[in-house]
Design a protein around this ligand. Structure first.
Ligand code: AHR
Length: 495
């Protein structure tokens, strides 16, 4: 197969948004307990945070971290998680049929974020709670001092305000599985009134209204329109959530799953802009794609729920193979390609729960296959996102019809240009010619590929680097040309 694309700094889409490289920590399974937090672990610090996980989080290049859910947040009382740890209540977590010990709460989470060099992004409970609890949490977190709740935070050991800028107005409120699930109209009103009240405290907050839990929700499209009709003036973002998996052995469709993400983004942008037009508003609503990943949801749905309200059970612990990482890389490329409107995103999740980082309690932490596309893109995407105008052969998929074999995006800064490219072909390499004429003599200075002869190969505790980016020897200059192996994620740097 042969393909071509053009790198031209004039084809700007938008600046690279650091918040594209956000992740998510939910009180779910072992994401918090034995994930980020495990006092007694050999690498634990004075706060009980695992040092190995902190190191890997920094290496992953995480910008924001959404917390504490997810479905969990819709039954959460934030007050349970502050103050002396030995006095915190244990509660039933209805979302995950688990027991929440509350050893970690908002103060610990913000402390962990500071150590990880990440920005906290807080989700509010608009399922079982509402405006008052949202305002209380905002005052607790962000007010400097001199009020009941800000002084409580200081007494609990956080003298400085947490300064949380981004707030999610609930989670997946369109989903019947959500505690306190609402109609679009009910939710739109609550989101708007919560946002208005929060802006009375601080007009500069960045607020995210819940969009659809997937593009296949029955209310998709209508939900966004109704919610934004109520909340357009007082929110900044509408959220999108999407998870993909290989179904019935259809690898071709799975590798093309970013086609759905692209459709999702375009549809939500069109819906938001049409509400804006009807409201005669010049304001633009952006997308916070605040849950995305490969997730073998059908396996989870088919498993029996845990019967006895366990603490930090093994839930949603998907172990990703090479093909998962390539599909994942395609999703990341789609997020970057849409950086004009997708200005924040959160990979769901960070540790153990459908995550790029895996730990064993008391033992090792290692990188899943999906760690690598994320870490490379976060490290190397800089400056502006460029359109690359690929010309590529296509293939037929059962789910999405004709799809190009090549999926790519580039970024450009004074330091150079980086191309991120996926070859979706399962049957052969793709010879890619890169038109670099507009780059004034730039040459390929580095090229890596993530691939394997076995597309279902995984990393394990004993073989943690089986799947990792390897330098590509087969690079040609003048004209620049690289060979992308079948089912591969590739990063090519030019300077
Ligand atoms: O990330 C796992 C779950 O997926 C989240 O709790 C929920 O918001 C979504 O359905």
């Amino acid at each position: 197969h042969q393909a071509k694309l053009t790198l031209d700094p004039a084809f700007k889409v938008a600046p690279v948004r650091r918040r594209t490289f956000g992740t998510f920590v939910e009180h779910l399974g072992r994401c918090v307990y034995t994930g980020i937090y495990e006092p007694g672990h050999p690498s634990a610090d004075e706060d009980g945070f695992r040092g190995d996980v902190l190191d890997l989080t920094r290496e992953l290049g995480v910008s924001t971290v959404r917390y504490p859910g997810g479905n969990f947040v819709s039954g959460y009382r934030w007050e349970d998680g502050v103050g002396p740890v030995d006095q915190r209540p244990r509660r039933l977590d209805l979302a995950w049929h688990s027991t929440e010990t509350n050893e970690v709460g908002v103060d610990e989470f913000v402390r962990w974020c500071r150590k990880a060099g990440a920005e906290p992004m807080m989700a509010l409970n608009l399922g079982t709670r509402g405006i008052e609890a949202a305002l209380d949490l905002l005052e607790y977190c962000n007010h400097p001092s001199g009020t009941a709740l800000s002084d409580q935070r200081i007494a609990n050991g956080s003298k400085e305000p947490h300064g949380i800028r981004m707030w999610c107005l609930g989670n997946e409120m369109d989903g019947p599985w959500q505690t306190g699930h609402k109609t679009a109209h009910e939710y739109g009103r609550l989101a708007a009134e919560t946002a208005r009240a929060m802006r009375m405290v601080d007009p500069s907050l960045e607020l995210v209204a819940c969009g659809s839990s997937s593009s296949s929700m029955p209310t998709f499209g209508a939900w966004e329109a109704t919610v934004l009709e109520e909340a357009y003036d007082v929110v900044d973002y509408i959220s999108c959530h999407a998870y993909y998996e290989e179904k019935d052995g259809d690898l071709g469709s799975f590798l093309a799953c970013s086609t759905d993400m692209e459709y999702f983004i375009r549809s939500v942008v069109a819906t938001a802009d049409s509400v804006g037009a009807r409201l005669k508003s010049r304001k633009r609503i952006d997308i916070s794609f605040d849950e995305w990943n490969v997730w073998y949801l059908s396996r989870f749905q088919n498993a029996a729920p845990p019967a006895d309200w366990p603490v930090a059970p093994r839930l949603l612990e998907d172990h990703y193979h090479l093909a998962d990482a390539v599909a994942f890389g395609g999703l990341l490329i789609t997020l970057l390609r849409n950086s004009d409107r997708v200005t924040a995103a959160s990979l769901a999740q960070l540790v153990n729960v459908i995550a790029p980082i895996v730990t064993e309690p008391g033992g090792r932490a290692w990188r899943q296959t999906t760690f690598h596309p994320f870490a490379q893109a976060s490290r190397l995407a800089a400056g502006d996102v460029l359109r690359v105008e690929p010309v590529s052969p296509s293939y037929e998929t059962a789910q999405f019809g004709e799809v190009p074999l090549l999926h790519a995006v580039a970024t450009h800064s004074e330091e150079g240009t980086t191309l991120f490219a996926v070859n979706r072909s399962t049957d052969g390499p793709l010879s890619l010619e890169i038109d670099t004429r507009a780059l004034g003599g730039a040459r390929i200075v580095e090229a890596t590929t993530l691939t394997d002869a076995d597309v279902y190969a995984r990393n394990t505790a004993d073989d943690p680097d089986r799947i990792a980016p390897r330098a590509k020897p087969d690079v040609e200059q003048d004209p620049a040309r690289v060979l992308l192996p079948p089912v591969s994620w590739n990063v090519i740097r030019l300077a």
